[in-house]
Structures are given as C-alpha cells and as structure tokens.
Design a protein around this ligand. Structure first.
Ligand code: NAI
Ligand code: MG
Length: 335
C-alpha cells in the first residue's frame, strides 16, 4: 500500500539535504508518495505564516513527516517552530541514536552506540511564563515537569531498550539540585524501572554523565532524560561519532511522528552543496522502521556505511571534498 508522507524542505541547508535524501529514497523504489508542505522562513515568505494551517493539516492527515531544519526568526511569535510542532502533535519522545561509523573525523573509540531518549514536550522548553522585567535586570521562565510526562518517556525508553535487545537504561537527571522538577522525573523513573526487571537501570547526574560520555562512551546504552539535558547531551553524542551530520532525530507521539536531522539550518554552509545529508537520511531510516519496513531501513543504513567505508564522495565534515548530492548519489548507487 502506498504510504503518503509530508515532506518539509525547510531553511538553510534544508532544501539541499532533503533533495539528496529524496534522491536516495527514490533509488530505493519504496512505495512512498510525497506531499510537500512548507514551514519556517520559506513558509513565512510565501504565506506570511511560519507554520501554515495546510502544513498542520498535511501532518495530521498523513501522521508521518520527514522534515529538514527550520529557522525561527527572532520575534516570530513562537519561541521555536520545532518546539511548537512537538507540542501541537504531542510528540513526546525524541529518539537520537549516535553510533560510530567508519571513516569519520572523531577522536573517540569506534564502539560508541548510545541512544538518547529525550522528553520532548515539557521541562525547561515548555516556555511557560517567560518574562523579562521592564528594567531588563531579571527574567523568569517556568520549568514544568509532570508525572505523566516523565512516566511516558521513561516507559518509552525501557520499551525501546527491550525491543532493541539493549541491556541498560541510564536515567540522567539533576535531582540533587533541581529537587522538585528533576526530583519528580527521577522518582517516576524509579517506579517505571521497577516494571522492567530484565533491563538494568542506572542513575547518573547530568554533569557526571557528560564527563563519563567523553571519557568512556562505550559504557552507555540507552539514556533517558528531560528536554534541555537531552538536547545538549545528544549534540555531545554527535561530537563523539564525528559531528552533527550523522545524527538523526525521531519525534514520536501517539498520533503523529516527525523525522529529522538533529542539526540546524547551518547558515554558514547553506547553498554551497557542502552539507552532509546523512543525518536526514538516517532520519529517513528511522521513519522506515516506524512504518514497519525494517528491511528497507537496514538497506539504507548499510548503504550509508558502505559509502563511508569506501570513502566515496564524502562531504567536508567527514574530511572529503564531495558535494551533498554527489554523496547522496554514491549512497543511492549502493541501496
Ligand atoms: P547547526 O546545527 O545549524 O550548525 C552547527 C555547526 O554544525 C555549523 O558549523 C554547521 O555548519 C555544522 N553542521 C550542521 N549540520 C551539518 C551537516 N549536515 N553537514 C555538515 N555540517 C553541518 O546549529 P546552529 O548554527 O546553532 O543553528 C542554526 C539555526 O538552526 C538556528 O536558527 C537554529 O534555531 C536552527 N535549528 C533548527 C533545528 C531544527 O529545525 N530541528 C535544530 C537546531 C537548530
Ligand atoms: Mg539541539
């Protein structure tokens, strides 16, 4: 059965990496139909809205979107379009795998394989009650953590660990200082962990977790944490395996899922054909898993690995001189 997905080309390097990704998906001859929709600055210029109703309708109808990074202009009405999309569709789980690849520019061991599961709808990014005093000398914002939000993300992490044959979930927190919010997260995580006796549960304070990730990344398996910590830690994990061009992110809710790269619009290299398309391609692989096409997801990941192994047309962030589309064509020839 043909599956229709919403495709958002996005801003900055977005259109380049999306065209590259669609080139590879087309070469795979999957039964996918694309419904193109706009968001971000492109949408603002065309329709006067950052997140047009037609785009929301398309995602609501198809329940699956593949999305490039978006720019939120300062003073755009939302603190971030991405945060807004995650909130509106209640995409509570953000899954960011960081796995070592061959021939990347990394100083770390080749056996990194960490999945960060980040709470995606609350915490410091709930952006409630943001206020700056009239004199500009102080500012406040509410960090809201709920039992429901904590429970469902920790359950998601343990279910994912179980389904993927993973052994350990590390709960990353700061409950020693942030006693109410991180405290509730940790307390709830302990209750959930007790329901999964087959999976080891470890607790780690976030600052130590950062140090441990850099010193001995191979000790980690699945991490589960709150919104802000998850955002930072997943970029740290990107650094462990060779950069932001290699980490995808799945935003999963009960009614919709949006697949993307973890990185942003990279304005410094936009429009130059320099962007690595792998992060979005790996996001497409997560999407294929989600659509119940694990064999196709594996085929895509294996083609990426084979292209890296052959050092064929790699982009500058990987030490090569290839272009975004040249790299995509090299991957497409191996699917
Ligand atoms: P960024 O992730 O866009 O770039 C950070 C660095 O990584 C830059 O040097 C960039 O050239 C490099 N980089 C990123 N992706 C790359 C790729 N595929 N290939 C090669 N190099 C790559 O982060 P930055 O500069 O902090 O943010 C730029 C804009 O992106 C901001 O407007 C921000 O709001 C937006 N953003 C959007 C996200 C989304 O739509 N999901 C996520 C993060 C940021
Ligand atoms: Mg981020």
């Amino acid at each position: 059965m043909t599956q229709t997905i919403t495709v958002i080309h996005g801003d900055g390097i977005g259109p380049e990496i999306m065209d590259a990704t669609l080139h590879v998906l087309d070469a795979m001859k999957l039964d996918l139909e694309y419904e193109f929709a706009d968001a971000g600055m492109v949408a603002m210029e065309k329709t006067g809205e950052l997140l047009p109703a037609a785009t929301m309708d398309s995602i609501r109808k198809n329940r699956i979107a593949l999305k490039s990074p978006l720019t939120t202009p300062v003073g755009g009405g939302f603190s971030s379009i991405n945060v807004e999309l995650r909130k509106r569709f209640d995409l509570y789980a953000n899954v960011r795998p960081a796995k070592s690849f061959p021939n990347t520019l990394t100083r770390f061991p080749a056996d990194v394989d960490v999945i960060t599961v980040r709470e995606n709808t609350e915490g410091a990014y709930s952006a409630e009650g943001q206020e700056t005093a009239a004199d500009g000398q102080s500012a406040i914002s509410i960090t809201r953590t709920t039992r429901k939000g904590s429970e469902r993300i920790v359950r998601y992490a343990f279910d994912l660990a179980r389904a993927a044959g993973r052994k350990k979930v590390t709960v990353v927190h700061k409950a020693n200082i942030l006693k109410s919010t991180s405290g509730l997260f940790l307390k709830t995580a302990r209750e959930v962990a007790a329901l999964y006796p087959d999976i080891e549960c470890e607790e780690m304070i976030v600052d130590n977790a950062c140090m441990q990730l850099v010193m001995r990344p191979e000790q980690f398996d699945v991490l589960v944490t709150t919104n802000l910590f998850g955002d930072i830690i997943s970029d740290l994990c990107a650094g462990l395996i060779g950069g932001l061009g290699l980490i995808p992110g799945a935003n999963i809710g009960a009614d919709a899922a949006i697949f993307e790269a973890v990185h942003g619009t990279a304005p410094d290299i936009a429009g130059q054909g320099k962007a690595n398309p792998c992060a979005l391609l790996l996001g497409a692989a997560q999407m294929l898993d989600h659509l119940g096409k694990p064999a196709d997801a594996t085929r895509l990941r294996e083609a990426i690995v084979a292209t890296l192994e052959a050092k064929d047309s790699l982009t500058g962030d990987l030490g090569g001189t290839g272009t975004t589309m040249g790299f995509a064509k090299a991957i497409a020839s191996r699917v």
